[in-house]
Design a protein around this ligand. Structure first.
Ligand SMILES: [Zn+2]
Length: 191
């Protein structure tokens, strides 16, 4: 029994790492984050830094690439509100990281984050034309770094020009900001 398990582990060690390196493009493994925060305390800043580590690890992973390329909505490999882009084009747009307000493919998530407090159900907000993303401390202060990584990714995808319905519907979960934000949170738990 033990011998069978051992040989399986050796087999995976020989083949699995090479297979994943071959598929992740260079732009994924070199992906960087450039985050400026405003009026945050040291605990809040530490959470942002941990979230940045998650984001870089996840975007550099083969699991992220696979989940984005194989994402399905209405039975087809596509996102809702895709701006007419294929999954592969959306993946490349993330790696290019050209924010609409400061165009240029710099392979880097550029974000300026402000915090505010509001006793509402709004986690945060931004717009494609805004230089900032705004996070409600009502949620931010209780979030894990993986949840913050989801929130940062969601708001940043708006900066790349992706939108979603304002009101909740099940199809909204398949929009680029919601769907990729969720993938980010799920995979963050593994890094
Ligand atoms: Zn949004």
């Amino acid at each position: 029994m033990i011998k069978i398990v051992s040989s399986l582990v050796i087999g995976m060690a020989l083949f699995a790492p090479e297979a994943s390196f071959a598929t992740v493009p260079n732009d994924a493994t070199t992906f960087a984050t450039n985050v400026t925060t405003y009026s945050m305390n040291s605990t809040q800043n530490a959470k942002i830094e941990r979230a940045e580590d998650h984001i870089k690890a996840v975007i550099g992973s083969d699991a992220f690439r696979t989940k984005v390329l194989n994402f399905t909505y209405n039975g087809k490999k596509q996102f809702n509100n895709s701006n007419g882009l294929t999954n592969a084009q959306i993946y490349q747009k993330i790696l290019d990281a050209s924010e609409a307000i400061t165009p240029g493919k710099d392979n880097e998530m550029d974000l300026k984050i402000k915090v505010y407090y509001e006793n509402s159900s709004t986690v945060g907000f931004t717009s494609t034309s805004s230089g900032y993303i705004n996070m409600n401390t009502k949620f931010f202060n209780t979030y894990t770094p993986a949840q913050v990584a989801r929130n940062m990714t969601h708001e940043w995808l708006h900066k790349l020009g992706f939108h979603h319905a304002t009101l909740y519907s099940s199809s909204r979960d398949y929009s680029v900001p919601y769907a990729i934000g969720k993938i980010m949170e799920q995979l963050s738990a593994t890094y």
